[in-house]
Write a protein that binds this ligand. Structure first.
Ligand SMILES: [Zn+2]
Length: 447
């Protein structure tokens, strides 16, 4: 074994071991381990006396920490997985298998193709066929699902340890496999991207964006009626005083035609939530059954008022429009970056050119890193819309006290971090912090 091979093998073993240890260690983080980490309380009695200041149980800090660590470990684990898939030659092998199956199934093997042996890795200037793209994507997606399974299991274990989930491993696996199937809609898009890159090397990204735009819009319309029901059951809110009060709120908001559904979220988690989804005919407000079970009526109305803010101000449509503009910038950036990255890494990642199927994981890796780099922009846009929904909900319902108590509950019951580290919040905070939302709810009522 040459010295550089030895170093490489040692490095691989080290990365595997450390990652596995971190994951296993995370899985053990529980309430018993966080007692020493409890923040010094200035005056517990004073805090308890103030119902608008979240009083966090000691285990809350361990929960916040475990989730933050798992987020970064999961991200690092994904990046390592993609790099190893490329570096160890799995991508090249998957590319050969996909090309070979494509030839057999489509029976289009030309005389020139026949001269090329299956193990040949010479440069091909042709775009991969649909079968080739499908086979390669499935191999990649299945291997990544298996690779990411420890992270998914750690996440489930944290939720179980802190009493938020009774989800079985069977249901988790079913969800993962279903998501893999749903994500296969990307296959024709990848095929088109390769075709355009091969035949229109200068304008491929612009044509791809023009094709993607109606698809992004279509996805937002059909998602709640086609994809969401694969995972959960949605039922209309049962008749009663709560539904009457919600309908009265909807009439006041000018959206009396709106639909309100209850989602059986308790199948997987006890966390409380509600959300607005869909565009046009599929727009709907969804309340988790966990919220109906755990919250008093005034807090449910405060939460629904916030969601009506999203509905009335068309935040889902705005979010989709932002995605469309963002995807244009992302594709333009990819058109500049990818040829350079391919030139730099094709030898070590064992592919010939960007036309090669085996280069696809490098595209996914670049997208992962770009998404992370631009996350603060999408988080800031999200925080702005969430603040506007808060303001609208308070104007609509007038439930300032219930809104503040709802936020306190998110911190005390659901263990959401009311005041996360500023850099983490800047990057990943999709809502204003709970402390800011409590202050806003109380301040805007003149209390
Ligand atoms: Zn919201």
């Amino acid at each position: 074994m040459r010295p550089n091979q030895f170093v490489l093998r040692f490095w691989r073993i080290l990365v595997y071991s450390v990652s596995l240890l971190v994951c296993l260690n995370l899985a053990k983080i529980g309430p018993q381990r966080c007692a020493a980490q409890t923040r010094p309380s200035t005056s517990v009695q004073a805090v308890r006396a103030d119902p608008y200041t979240p009083h966090l149980p000691a285990r809350a800090y361990a929960y916040h920490r475990a989730n933050r660590i798992l987020y970064f470990v999961g991200l690092g684990w994904r990046i390592i997985g993609i790099v190893l898939f490329l570096r160890l030659g799995a991508s090249t092998r998957a590319g050969r298998i996909a090309r070979s199956l494509d030839r057999k199934l489509t029976r289009k093997r030309s005389r020139a193709d026949a001269a090329i042996r299956d193990e040949d890795t010479s440069v091909t200037a042709r775009a991969p066929g649909l079968v080739e793209v499908s086979v390669f994507y499935l191999i990649y997606a299945v291997l990544m699902l298996v690779w990411m399974l420890p992270v998914s299991l750690c996440s489930l274990n944290i939720e179980r340890t802190f009493g938020f989930s009774n989800e079985s491993i069977g249901l988790l696996l079913k969800d993962e496999i279903m998501s893999l199937g749903v994500n296969c809609v990307i296959i024709p898009i990848i095929w088109l991207a390769y075709w355009l890159y091969t035949h229109r090397p200068k304008s491929w990204w612009l044509i791809l964006w023009a094709t993607l735009t109606p698809l992004i819009l279509f996805n937002s319309i059909i998602y709640p009626v086609v994809v969401s029901p694969l995972y959960n059951r949605y039922t209309p809110l049962a008749p009663g005083s709560l539904r009457d009060r919600i309908l009265a709120l909807a009439t006041k908001a000018g959206i009396e035609h709106s639909r309100v559904f209850v989602e059986n979220t308790s199948l997987r988690t006890s966390h409380v939530n509600a959300y607005v989804t869909g565009i046009g005919p599929s727009t709907r407000i969804v309340i988790n059954d966990t919220a109906l079970r755990q919250l008093p009526d005034d807090q449910i109305l405060a939460m629904v008022g916030h969601e009506m803010g999203h509905y009335v101000e068309h935040h889902v449509l705005i979010g989709t429009a932002v995605s469309v503009v963002g995807s244009l910038g992302l594709l333009a950036l990819l058109s500049v970056l990818l040829p350079r990255l391919a030139l730099r890494f094709s030898r070590s990642f064992r592919f010939d050119s960007l036309n090669d199927m085996a280069a696809l994981p490098l595209v996914f890796l670049t997208l992962t890193l770009l998404n992370l780099a631009f996350q603060p922009i999408s988080s800031a846009i999200s925080r702005t819309m969430e603040h506007r929904a808060d303001a609208y909900g308070l104007r609509l319902t007038g439930l300032h006290d219930a809104t503040a108590r709802l936020m306190v509950g998110f911190a005390e019951r659901d263990l959401s971090d009311p005041d996360p580290p500023w850099l983490f919040h800047l990057w990943f905070g999709t809502h204003p912090t709970l402390l800011e939302r409590i202050e806003f709810a109380r301040g805007s009522s003149g209390q």
